[in-house]
Write a protein that binds this ligand. Structure first.
Ligand code: NAP
Length: 271
């Protein structure tokens, strides 16, 4: 017996790198058997390889925007572990082809020389760009929770569902589809918290602020510096700090907490 999640089984989406990898590895370190799901199977495998007793865990290829793919992955995790107690909807993207990002970044660059430049994204966003982000960030959480709850409801043993939102859900800083998707995930978890409470299934959100993951690699250093300057704690989060919040919500230590948003953003915005 190693930890507070001994005997539990968990699924984590987007677990191939960044925050999802930290969550999967921390859940495993605390005793859970973990299915690490990612679009990129090799990355999911690398996450599992980094766990002690890696043979008891599972790496699975899964596209969260595809309900059949999520259904298959959850079924495989359930079959392998014999139960499911924890589901973390972490997979998320900030941009998609046709979403006006290119025009947005070009306008940002022009604005440095000409402050009157309008920095637009909405008017350049095509339907597929909007759907691309919503399909991963919102549909992905819905598909994961639906499939997991079908298992949990059949077993009658309760559980803990956690969605990774963002400070952008409240602050509005970010792009239209990203902010909308992250706010929608909060609405979804609040409804589910009410609906699923009688089944002993708790549903919560962790809302990180800027976090030092591979997704930050493409951002110019001066933007990172100004982002960090806006955080009262003076730096980005480490993925492990977000994972610690998730593990608390997954564990019995948060047994009376449901429908909540745990904000891990260094004080950059108060919900
Ligand atoms: P990341 O480094 O880009 O990692 C995201 C992971 O999700 C990648 O492994 C990616 O796989 C995977 N993924 C993308 N689309 C997927 C899909 N359709 N199905 C399954 N997996 C998919 O991102 P992160 O920074 O760790 O962010 C994780 C979560 O935290 C996201 O929901 C994000 O919105 C949220 N968040 C992040 C920050 C931040 O500053 N980093 C702040 C607030 C909230 P591929 O590598 O194959 O694309």
């Amino acid at each position: 017996m190693r930890g507070r999640l001994d005997g539990r089984a968990a699924v984590v989406t987007g677990a191939g790198r960044g925050i999802g990898r930290a969550i999967a590895q921390r859940l495993a370190a605390d005793g859970a058997r973990v299915a690490a799901l990612d679009l990129n199977f090799a990355d999911a495998e690398a996450t599992v390889a980094g766990m002690e007793d890696s043979a008891i865990h599972l790496a699975l290829a899964c596209d969260v925007s595809d309900s059949a793919s999520v259904s298959e992955a959850v079924a495989e995790a359930h079959e392998s572990f014999g139960s499911l107690d924890i589901a973390v909807a972490n997979a998320g993207i900030g941009r998609a082809p046709g979403d006006g990002s290119d025009e947005f970044y070009a306008a940002m660059a022009r604005k440095a020389g000409d402050p009157s430049t309008h920095v637009d994204q909405l008017i350049h966003m095509r339907d597929e760009g909007w759907r691309g982000v919503l399909s991963v960030n919102l549909d992905g959480a819905f598909f994961l929770f639906r499939e997991t709850v079908r298992v949990m409801a059949a077993e009658g043993s309760g559980g803990s569902l956690i969605a990774i939102s963002s400070t952008s859900a409240q602050s509005g800083e970010g792009s239209p589809h990203y902010c909308a998707s992250k706010a929608a995930v909060i609405g979804l978890t609040r409804q589910l918290a009410r609906e699923l409470a009688p089944r002993g299934i708790r549903v919560n959100v962790v809302a990180p602020g800027p976090t030092d993951t591979p997704v930050m690699a493409g951002i110019p250093p001066e933007w990172i510096a100004s982002m960090e300057a806006a955080v009262p704690l003076g730096r980005m989060a480490r993925p492990e700090e977000v994972a610690a919040a998730v593990v608390w919500l997954a564990s019995d230590e948060s047994s009376y907490v449901t429908g909540s948003v745990l904000v891990a953003n260094g004080g950059s915005y108060f919900f």
